[in-house]
Design a protein around this ligand. Structure first.
Ligand SMILES: C[S@@+](CC[C@H](N)C(=O)[O-])C[C@H]1O[C@@H](n2cnc3c(N)ncnc32)[C@H](O)[C@@H]1O
Length: 192
């Protein structure tokens, strides 16, 4: 609850539009939308101010943004009116199995929840994760170590979720004017 109040305050005092979407997320959103099969609905889990929602619309998806902060959901709706916003806790997803063709998890980490994300993906759907490595904590002190991945950990979590890894990068990368230490992956739910 403390964590939620902290994020609520942070979003309530945020100014300006969200920063630009991740090129990695964008590339995979375009690629999966071009494939036959998966549902045209995409989930942006812990969407914040919605920097990926408008990009998902542009890539041809019908996006659903979920965040537990009402202030974040308001910002995301203002930024991307075409998206459906759900205010809920990502640790207890209010979605039916196989609802989405794409799930995006950016700069958010819930290890037990990751195991269940394969369930809300339809067969052939793709989970794209981009979040902080422990190197980021060691370089800047943020985020807290428990919200950062060890190198190699993401591959293990995705395999445990029954997803097949299609791309994985771990290391420093440019994010606007900053260098951020990230793990980025795309992993697919098998067809059968
Ligand atoms: C660092 S921001 C990332 C926002 C967005 N995904 C992005 O990449 O710009 C983390 C987001 O996770 C949300 N969040 C944290 N814990 C959550 C939870 N348990 N359920 C839903 N949202 C949560 C926060 O409100 C915040 O918007």
């Amino acid at each position: 609850m403390l964590e939620r109040a902290r994020w609520e305050q942070r979003h309530a005092t945020a100014s300006g539009p969200p920063t630009t979407p991740s090129p990695f997320v964008l590339r995979w959103a375009r690629r999966v939308r071009g494939e036959p099969g998966p549902s045209p609905t995409a989930l942006d889990l812990a969407c914040g101010g919605g920097r990926h929602l408008a990009a998902l619309v542009q890539a041809g998806w019908q996006p659903v943004g979920l965040d537990f902060s009402r202030a974040a959901a308001r910002q995301a709706t203002a930024f991307c009116p075409a998206a459906q916003l759900v205010v809920a806790d990502a640790t207890a997803l209010p979605f039916r199995a196989q609802s989405f063709g794409l799930v995006v998890v950016s700069r958010f980490l819930d290890r037990p929840g990751l195991a269940g994300l394969g369930n809300v993906l339809g067969p052939g759907g793709v989970l794209v994760v981009e979040t902080f490595l422990e190197d980021q904590h060691h370089a800047t002190g943020h985020p807290a170590l428990r919200f950062c991945l060890a190198r190699g950990e993401l591959a293990r979590l995705l395999a445990a979720a029954g997803l097949v890894l299609e791309e994985l990068e771990e290391g420093p990368c440019a994010s606007g004017p900053e260098t951020v230490h990230l793990a980025r992956s795309a992993a697919r739910r098998p067809l059968a």
